[in-house]
Write a protein that binds this ligand. Structure first.
Ligand code: ADP
Ligand code: GN1
Ligand code: MG
Length: 356
């Protein structure tokens, strides 16, 4: 690790190295120097998930510059804690990642006194909504075509359903027979989950630069519940805003974590939903079209449905994509997502009414 870090910062001795965060994709470590004064986030990028490292690291560099410029222009005194700063290589300043021959590494500033929250107050949910709207607004200055697609078809529902059909047909681990009930639940909702692609084809839904992974773990709060920074920019790319509002509704608005084993604990926290939407509209309200606004609650159902499909595909394929912590983890995640989807459906009318 010392050798890797020294590619980015002049450093003779590192102190503690700790695995960090709850991400399902990359390996994240927090590193401090021996005095404990300086800290960094070191990540080994999962190059199976992100095979186009050049595109990925160019994107995050552009996102970083765009946010910093705006924060500086606004004269924000906390500027350094509100965006991710990726270090360039000391011997190749054009590059913000290091390839050790096998793995890809990047180093960024640690955001001090920040935390991810799993249980939110309404105030924190409001601020998360506000921060996502602001994130989208700031990044809207990036001209079309500048950011590359880091994962092709990442939030395409037709593509995710095709992946499911392929996995079922192949059934590499003989797991399909045990999940027939879930497959049926997925199949009967298919038509209602393809609305955004249809609206887009009809010219009724715009694509914007979005975050595309707005689960609650990817927001760093300070002690007071204010948002410091939206992190995990690996999937920032053109997409529909339903992805961003939807993934927060999927995670932050659920009473339980995304992999809750006790299905009776899963449910929709309407107070958090309301606060989140109010916060989001306080910033995104300026640019959303009436169609986008009207689909916010639907976005929650769509993203929960998509995640049900993605966890199930990974389970059927033998757990090759998401990190798992025990053998049936992806199945437990799938069941929890399906239950939450049912809860969102039960609350749909109330959620739409609040929106209106
Ligand atoms: P993954 O793609 O695996 O989810 P993330 O980039 O989201 O990786 O990082 C994992 C977690 O580490 C985040 O959810 C967040 O809690 C924490 N984290 C990431 N970057 C920073 C940072 N610069 N400062 C403090 N915490 C961070
Ligand atoms: C992954 O990287 P992380 O853990 O923040 C995944 C998201 C899923 C999420 C489910 C690149 O997010 O798309 O919604 O897990 N990221 C990628 O928890 O696939
Ligand atoms: Mg993450």
């Amino acid at each position: 690790m010392e050798q890797i870090i020294s590619k980015f910062v002049p450093l003779s001795d590192i102190g503690e190295v700790q695995a960090f965060g709850n991400g399902h994709i990359n390996d994240t470590y927090v590193i401090s120097d021996r005095s404990g004064e300086r800290r960094w986030i070191l990540q080994r990028v999962n190059h199976h998930v992100f095979p186009r490292i050049e595109v990925l690291q160019r994107n995050v560099g552009i996102v970083s510059d765009t946010l910093r410029q705006r924060l500086e222009a606004d004269g924000d005194p906390e500027c350094d804690r509100k965006y991710l700063h990726f270090f360039p290589l000391l011997d190749d300043p054009e590059k913000n990642y290091y390839h050790d021959g096998e793995n890809y590494w990047r180093l960024c500033r640690f955001i001090p006194e920040s935390m991810s929250l799993s249980t939110l107050s309404p105030k924190a949910a409001y601020h998360a909504g506000e921060a996502f709207g602001q994130f989208e607004e700031i990044l809207s200055v990036i001209p079309e075509g500048v950011l590359g697609e880091t994962i092709e078809n990442f939030h395409s529902m037709p593509f995710r359903l095709k992946q499911l059909r392929d996995a079922i047909a192949e059934d590499p681990c003989g797991r399909v027979a045990s999940v027939r009930d879930i497959i049926e639940e997925i199949e009967r909702r298919e038509d209602s989950m393809l609305i955004q692609e249809k609206l887009y084809a009809e010219g009724k839904l715009p694509k914007r630069t979005i975050h595309c992974d707005t689960k609650v773990d990817n927001v760093l709060f300070d002690k007071s519940g204010a948002v410091l920074c939206v992190v995990d920019w690996d999937t920032v790319m053109p997409g529909f805003i339903l992805s961003d509002v939807g993934d927060f509704i999927r995670t932050g608005v659920n009473f339980a974590p995304e992999d809750e084993a006790d299905l009776s604990k899963i449910g929709v926290n309407m107070e958090i939903y309301k606060a989140f939407v109010e916060g989001y509209l306080s910033t995104a309200g300026k640019f959303l079209t009436p169609t986008e606004r009207s689909l916010i609650a639907y976005g929650g159902r769509l993203m929960t449905y998509m995640q049900t499909v993605r966890f199930l595909v990974d389970y059927i394929n033998g757990d090759t994509y998401f990190k798992i912590h025990f053998p049936e983890h992806n199945l437990q995640r799938t069941r929890a997502q399906l239950r939450y989807l049912q809860c969102l459906e039960e609350k749909a009318e109330e959620m739409e009414a609040l929106l209106a």
